[in-house]
Design a protein around this ligand. Structure first.
Ligand code: COA
Length: 164
């Protein structure tokens, strides 16, 4: 896989056989993201309206897209000097092609350049795919939150890593 930077500070990636870009979320993406989240039950179940509610102010959402098809999304926020990854999902048919890693790498690079020194997130203990991805990205366990998740009730692992 080859990665490049396009004018307008938008990172592009090329994969075979598809070609995709990483970019900011637009209002017109909301329904496609809601569909992506609906087929990703392990992701935070945000509604389209939720992306634009007052509570989501300060939440940054980045999208991987290929010719109008949303392949994946990551949502994060900055509370300097920390950043928090809030949600991530990749369309089931495009998983294990490096898109989740690219989305999080992109969020981490953006957080770093905005001054974040540390990043953290929560993940269900049973979510082995996400835990493997975060381990690959250098996150380690910083704590556990008992009964944090509902349906089913489950521990959250608090993961963190420094942003050098
Ligand atoms: C977790 C998720 C975002 C990963 O996206 P992805 O695009 O498939 O991940 P990548 O292809 O970038 O994977 C990078 C690395 O993470 C690890 N990984 C990712 N998915 C994995 C899986 N199912 N099993 C084991 N390792 C996995 C591997 O080390 C992988 O590298 P490799 O393919 O070279 O072995 C995706 O599975 C998803 O959308 N899950 C549902 C939503 C979710 O769980 N969100 C997280 C909430 S905290």
């Amino acid at each position: 896989m080859e990665i490049g930077i396009r004018a307008g500070n938008c990172r592009q990636l090329w994969t075979m056989p598809h070609r995709a870009i990483l970019r900011e979320m637009r209002a017109s993406d909301a329904e496609a993201i809601e569909r992506l989240i609906a087929v990703s039950p392990e992701a935070g179940q945000w509604s389209a309206a939720g992306f634009f509610s007052s509570e989501s102010k300060g939440v940054l959402v980045r999208i991987a897209e290929n010719h109008g098809t949303i392949l994946g999304m990551v949502a994060f926020r900055m509370v300097a000097p920390e950043a928090e990854i809030l949600n991530v999902a990749v369309s089931p048919e495009f998983r294990r092609q490096g898109i989740g890693k690219l989305l999080i790498d992109y969020a981490l690079a953006e957080a770093r350049s905005a001054g974040a020194k540390h990043v953290f997130l929560e993940v269900r203990e049973s979510n082995l795919a996400a835990r493997a991805l975060y381990a690959r990205l250098g996150f380690s366990e910083a704590g556990r939150r008992r009964g944090y998740y509902r349906n089913p009730v489950e521990y959250a692992l608090l993961l963190s890593r420094a942003l050098a």
